[in-house]
Design a protein around this ligand. Sequence first.
Ligand code: PA5
Ligand code: NI
Length: 187
Amino acid sequence: MTIPFVTPPQVAWASGIFSAGSLRCKSTTVADLADVFADADAWQKEAHERVVYNVEMLESPYGEGELYVGATHLSAGLIGDEFFMTRGHFHQRREQGEVYFGLCGEGLLLLQSEQGEAWLETVQSGSVHIIPAFTAHRLINTGQNVLSALAVWPSVAGHDYHSLAQGFALRVFSAAGGIEVREVRVD
Ligand code: PA5
Ligand code: NI
């Protein structure tokens, strides 16, 4: 009996581009990110159709114990002085964690607990980020090139974009060619 070898999907580690798998793709534009950036006037002036990030994920089964794999490609750019970033979310199923792997570019992963404690991890090729349960997460591109990261998460985790109505406790800006992290005052 000949047992056939199955060719799995492939990802190019240098770019996060998938091949040989069936993909679901989603683009997020400036228009989709109203109220995400600190400078509303700068957001208004930016071309609304400009793509801030693309997510490509492999089609895979949904259900308890199943995993999704996807790559986020976050463009380099600024809204005002604030670096391009993803919307960020908690998981709907808060107890579900996630792992991010930095592939290319330079950036930060902003993490925040339910109690509002926030911290930043540096993202670059080869970085591994274990996002704990009960922790919101957002990618920020602080570099000059696309920041790409691969993510693996439980299919049942879901995305909760609303519980951070007050936003994250930290924002990251470009300042004199460097990076400035500001704490957000919540009145
Ligand atoms: O599962 C994840 O955390 C990622 O794939 C994100 O969904 C992706 O980076 C896009 O970010 P957001 O869902 O916050 O728009
Ligand atoms: Ni997530």
